[in-house]
Design a protein around this ligand. Structure first.
Ligand code: ADP
Length: 456
């Protein structure tokens, strides 16, 4: 059952129940009122009859009948029976006297009110003390034809009104629920049309700032995030294939050229050396990409244990120098800690070394003197490492992008690189709940500041 139908039925059931209770109350109260009024009239009738009989002595029964029938207050099938103190019928206006048990007659004489309904007939009984101090019992009954016909009319009006209003409520409920839910149907229709091909499209947000507009806004924000992820995935794949294709093309060219004619052993060796260089570059790139993919996929994979940051920095320096001996890496502390534990962080040694090697290597690679200064600051709750170089620097427009995979600043296009190192370093530092910031000025130099929470 859809929401529209459910809302309509709920609305209809609610209104129908309220109207039913209201109609039943009106009917019941009117019936009570009719009964009271009719009983009052019957009592009046009884009293008038007995007084007339008593006052106008010698009045004949037939005359009394004539008065009654022509009386404006005459009721349908009305009859009056009067009993004396010995339970004998002294007057009866009908063809048949109304028989009543002596016990009830006695109760009426004692002053107890008597009211009874027998089929259509309504009966009242009252006591009357005449001039001779005799206690008479007057019983009067009649059929409230007029009252019942009014009651029936009221019932018909209430039932018809209830049925008509039920239809009106069903119709208007269906209409209003449809109107209220129209933005939802529109959102559903629009969302159905969005796929990977047109992920740039957005839902239209209604003029009102209601919950459904909020839903559309939230969905648009989700689409924007998905689009970003989608685009970066797409550019990642195209960049990766481009970066891999270039060394492959170079190798193919080198190998093809050396096969074209007989070469000396020296020339073959040179070609193999050059090919190995390209293979090494490819290996580094593939390793970097695999690491990035692994860290993006599952961040819980690395095994964290306490590590000394100073040791990691020295090890990174060693590894980098073994690869590029012309680099000049200078490590210093702003203060010597009293306890060694102050230098500890939790993490994975090889991942952190990869990040430090990248940052140190970039500092040297992008400065003419191939020099970088690494300073370790021990703070109360944190360890801060600054990687400072006085190299080419990074333009302001590039600063926001350098942590994106494959992004390379214009100023460094001439220097070899793939643009994966910083993306990987940032991911590693974030995984260790650390923070990386960069300050740089073109032609002046660059400073990367990495901060980790200390574990003590
Ligand atoms: P790669 O160095 O292989 O190009 P990175 O991801 O390590 O890739 O760096 C991305 C880009 O950031 C570099 O191409 C370079 O333009 C810029 N960059 C990073 N470090 C420095 C630095 N210390 N000085 C100047 N530019 C830098």
């Amino acid at each position: 059952m859809n929401i529209r139908l459910r809302l309509t039925l709920l609305f209809a059931v609610l209104v129908a129940s309220i109207m039913l209770v209201f109609s039943l109350s009106v009917y019941y109260l009117y019936d009570q009122f009719r009964e009271q009024e009719f009983n009052k009239r019957l009592q009046e009738k009884a009293k008038t009859t007995v007084r007339l009989l008593e006052d106008v002595s010698g009045i004949t029964e037939s005359l009394l009948h004539a008065i009654d029938r022509n009386n404006l207050t005459a009721m349908f099938r009305e009859e009056v029976t009067i009993y004396d103190a010995q339970n004998n019928i002294v007057y009866d206006s009908g063809k048949e006297p109304f028989r009543i048990g002596s016990k009830i007659l006695q109760e009426i004489r004692e002053g107890k009110a008597f009211r009874k309904q027998e089929g259509e007939k309504e009966i009242v009984g009252l006591r009357y003390i005449d001039k001779r101090k005799e206690v008479l019992v007057v019983i009067a009954y009649a059929v409230d034809l007029y009252g019942f016909s009014k009651l029936e009319r009221l019932r018909n009006i209430l039932v018809t009104g209830w049925v008509i209003s039920l239809f009106v409520v069903l119709f208007s409920g269906w209409f209003f629920a449809g109107d209220a839910l129209r933005p939802v149907s529109e959102i559903i229709a629009q969302v159905k049309n969005i796929s990977a091909r047109n992920i740039h499209e957005r839902l239209t947000i209604g003029r009102e700032k209601d919950e459904l507009a909020q839903l559309a806004i939230t969905f648009n924000e989700l689409l924007a995030r998905l689009e970003d992820a989608f685009n970066s995935q797409r550019s990642f794949v195209s960049h990766a294939s481009h970066e891999l294709r270039t060394p492959l093309a170079i190798m193919m060219g080198q190998l093809g050229v050396s096969l074209m004619q007989e070469r000396t052993g020296e020339a073959y060796r040179d070609t193999i050396k050059e090919t190995i260089e390209e293979v090494k570059k490819m290996r580094d790139l593939v390793n970097g990409l695999l690491e990035l993919a692994r860290l993006n996929d599952d961040s819980s994979q690395f095994s964290a244990r306490p590590l000394r940051v100073d040791e990691l920095l020295w090890q990174a320096r060693e590894m980098l120098l073994a690869h590029s001996p012309d680099y000049n890496i200078h490590i210093e502390f702003d203060q010597i800690p009293e306890e060694e534990e102050a230098l500890e962080i939790e993490g994975d040694a090889s991942l952190l070394q990869t990040a430090f090697i990248n940052l140190m290597g970039n500092g040297c690679k992008y400065s003419e003197d191939h020099r970088i200064n690494v300073t370790l600051h021990i703070q109360e709750q944190a360890l801060r490492i600054c990687f400072v170089d006085y190299g080419v620097g990074i333009a302001e427009k590039d600063l926001v992008h350098i942590f994106e995979p494959f992004y390379r600043a214009e100023a460094t296009q001439a220097i070899k690189g793939h643009g994966v190192g910083l993306a990987l370093s940032e991911r590693i530092i974030k995984l260790h709940r650390g923070d990386i910031r960069v300050h740089s000025q073109l032609g002046v130099g660059t400073q990367f500041i990495v901060t980790f929470e200390s574990i003590h």
